[in-house]
Ligand binder design. Structure first.
Ligand SMILES: [Fe+2]
Length: 389
């Protein structure tokens, strides 16, 4: 089978497959010769040799390169503003986001900031309009966010006490390099947590009020690919490149699905959790909430949800049980509120915040409108139930 393939997906020039990283370096050089590289603080892209390879390519093609190891899990507008200042001083003509979704999201905010002559925090708070983006290259090293093919840059903002997205078709990458070799740097349980994110995107998109025939097609494809990846995972383990390739593909398909339909209550409730607990990985927060979300959606869109989980091929028709099994397969255990430091008493704030700044996602959920107080009470009981079992 051919290892790499190029195709324009959702307006992004995607190269997918093992070997794409090396294949696309010349294409990146054609975009411009001043590369500003945004990556995560942990430095895994440096350690595993991917940033050194970018440096070699810069030298080969006569490009200047500057690397900013400035992004944390749950990146902030302050981090994005700092990177924007640095990239502007460097006079970047190309921004490259390499690493997890957080690196790509900050890279998007920086690229949009340069083109719009505005700080990312101003774009986030809608104080200044987005006018475009300098050419952006997304090189994902995780199989979760699908950020390489969507128009979202998710940031946490201390001033407005929120974690939401800059949303614009103008911030989509110019090029996405989706090479599964990069995902092998991702250890467990982080690897599993990112798949939980991709799965959440796919299943939320499938049942969303905004779902369309087209968005459902991408969501279905992602769910089938996650099922294929899980079966291969049982046989070969996380180090297998074939397993990683299925999950990387699923993440990208699910990214397109949510770009078309947006996410729902699950993401609306998770974002406040990882805003107040910035050490909680987004995928782990979603894993905590998935059974709660599935039980609510089952009441209002049961047949659609049953259909969606059937594409995983787990042989479990009850959606709540299916999501629980999936989480255990991917993480080894279900995260409990206590293990994450989330208190049942936070339920009211979490629901209030979801309505305060993510209402479009709440509205996108089957069963909307909800009784807001009742929803908070149900979430509190759900979080409490863990301590009773
Ligand atoms: Fe997500």
């Amino acid at each position: 089978m051919k290892k790499t393939c190029r195709m324009c997906i959702n307006g992004v020039n995607v190269c997918f497959g093992i070997g794409c990283f090396d294949e696309m370096l010349e294409d990146i050089a054609l975009l411009g010769r001043r590369w500003y590289v945004v990556t995560t603080r942990g430095g895994s892209m440096e350690r595993y040799g991917w940033i050194p390879r970018l440096r070699e390519a810069a030298e080969k093609y006569g490009a200047e390169i500057k690397v900013c190891r400035c992004v944390s899990t749950n990146p902030t507008t302050a981090q994005a503003d700092e990177a924007y200042r640095d990239a502007s001083l460097f006079r970047a003509t190309v921004v490259i986001g390499i690493g997890g979704g957080s690196a790509i999201d900050v890279a998007k905010a920086v690229a949009a900031g340069i083109a719009s002559k505005a700080k990312p925090s101003e774009l986030y708070r809608k104080a200044r309009p987005i006018r475009g983006s300098v050419p952006l290259v997304a090189i994902p090293s995780t199989h979760g966010t699908g950020s390489e093919v969507d128009g979202f840059a998710v940031l946490s903002d201390e001033e407005t006490k929120s974690k939401a997205a800059i949303v614009s078709g103008m911030i989509k990458p110019k090029i996405a390099v989706v090479d599964p070799r990069l995902t092998r740097t991702l250890p467990q349980p982080l690897a599993g947590a990112t798949v939980v994110d991709a799965f959440s995107h796919a299943i939320e998109s499938y049942v969303a009020n905004n779902a369309s025939t087209l968005s459902r097609g991408f969501a279905r494809e992602a769910l089938i690919a996650i099922g294929r990846g899980l079966r291969l995972l049982d046989e070969r383990g996380w180090n297998d490149l074939g397993v990683r390739e299925w999950f990387h593909y699923a993440s990208m398909m699910a990214g397109v699905a949510i770009d078309l339909s947006r996410t729902t209550l699950l993401h609306a409730l998770e974002h406040p959790i990882s805003f107040y607990h910035p050490d909680i990985h987004h995928g782990i927060g979603l894993a905590l909430l998935l059974p709660f979300w599935a039980s609510i959606v089952s009441r209002h869109a049961g047949p659609d949800l049953v259909e969606a989980v059937s594409y995983l091929g787990l042989g479990i028709s009850d959606p709540v049980e299916a999501v629980k099994r999936l989480v255990v397969k991917l993480l080894g255990e279900t995260p409990s509120p206590a293990s994450l430091g989330v208190e049942p008493a936070e339920a009211e704030t979490i629901v209030a915040d979801a309505y305060r700044y993510l209402e479009p996602l709440v509205r996108n959920t089957p069963g909307y409108p909800f009784d807001k107080k009742g929803l908070a009470e149900e979430l509190r009981r759900y979080l409490e139930s863990w301590t009773k079992t």
